[in-house]
Design a protein around this ligand. Structure first.
Ligand SMILES: NC(=O)c1ccc[n+]([C@@H]2O[C@H](COP(=O)([O-])OP(=O)(O)OC[C@H]3O[C@@H](n4cnc5c(N)ncnc54)[C@H](OP(=O)(O)O)[C@@H]3O)[C@@H](O)[C@H]2O)c1
Length: 278
């Protein structure tokens, strides 16, 4: 299915002002992270944006600065624990503290389980789960000490719908989601709020990353703008989770009520797809 390349988006409701909020957004050099960073900038935040690609990060930072924001560019690789530790230290030093951490950086891994190897599972878990949780643990103490903070973790509907053909990715996002919920309970009285974002299929460069099987799911793409709008709506409501689009929550509920039926039905669908394309 060809994605609709709608890159611009209409006005996002003004929503809650973030003037003075110190925000770290990972994966801000592209796609969803770039959109979230720009919206924080529009709402007055002071930003640290992070990624591996310095040129793309600089371009994203410029977009944020066009809204008058102060933006620090921090190169980091979530696949490397030393780099994650440096990112936490650099963000604290640049911003003087982090009020909102957005763990958005992540990699896809569309790879059938038959073709999957342990090293690939390790690397996906590192970037999508171990790196973000390491960063979170490094930044939580100063939030707890201040009695306030927020962690926004960008998961995926794949975490709860166990998308076929990407079991390693699904598992990495499921781990991030469950960690987030348990953390929300543990920190309930510490003033640290948690939001888990469950995007469906968003039109970003994620689908053209190399070393992935082709994306074939018959799901309508939404724009980054729609994702940003609904994420900020969830932030404004102090929601714990948000599915974007919202109908995915109904599918998740249906699955929870009949896991056997969901798995068998999906397997049958995949069999028919394979037969149709043979
Ligand atoms: N697009 C979707 O349909 C969709 C659906 C569900 C969930 N998500 C999740 O949304 C998040 C953002 O994805 P996206 O769609 O915006 O994809 P994207 O356009 O490919 O952006 C991914 C971002 O993550 C960064 N990143 C990747 N590997 C990294 C690493 N090892 N260390 C540090 N940064 C790294 C990339 O920056 P550099 O390349 O500069 O490092 C980039 O800024 C991901 O966690 C993804 O799993 C996306």
């Amino acid at each position: 299915m060809a994605p609709s390349r709608r890159v611009s988006y209409g006005a996002v409701p003004m929503g809650i002002d973030h003037t003075g909020s110190r925000v770290l957004v990972t994966g801000a050099s592209s796609g969803i992270g770039m959109g979230l960073a720009e919206e924080f900038a529009r709402r007055g935040a002071v930003l640290a944006v992070s990624g591996r690609d310095g040129d793309r990060l600089a371009a994203s930072a410029e977009t944020c600065r066009a809204h008058g924001a102060t933006v620090h560019e921090l190169i980091a690789d979530l696949g490397d624990n030393d780099s994650v530790d440096r990112l936490a230290a650099d963000a604290l030093s640049a911003l003087g503290g982090v009020d909102i951490l957005v763990n958005n950086a992540g990699i896809p891994k569309r790879r059938h389980t038959r073709e999957l190897d342990a090293a690939t599972v390790d690397s996906v878990m590192q970037v999508n789960f171990l790196g973000p949780t390491r960063l979170t643990l490094a930044l939580l103490p100063q939030m707890i000490e201040r009695g306030g903070g927020r962690v926004v973790n960008v998961s995926s509907v794949a975490a709860t719908l166990s998308s076929p053909g990407e079991s390693a990715y699904d598992a990495s996002k499921a781990a991030l989601s469950v960690f987030s919920e348990a953390m929300a309970i543990d920190l309930w009285d510490d003033g640290v709020k948690v939001l888990v974002v469950y995007p469906g299929v968003v039109d970003t460069p994620l689908f053209t990353q190399p070393d992935n099987d082709p994306f074939t799911a018959p799901v309508e793409f939404i724009t980054v703008g729609e994702l940003v709008r609904d994420t900020f709506d969830a932030l404004d409501r102090d929601a714990l989770e948000v599915y974007i689009p919202a109908y995915f929550k109904d599918i998740v509920t249906g699955k929870a009520n009949n896991v056997e039926g969901f798995v068998a039905g999906t397997a049958e669908y995949m069999r028919q797809q394979a037969a149709g394309s043979a």
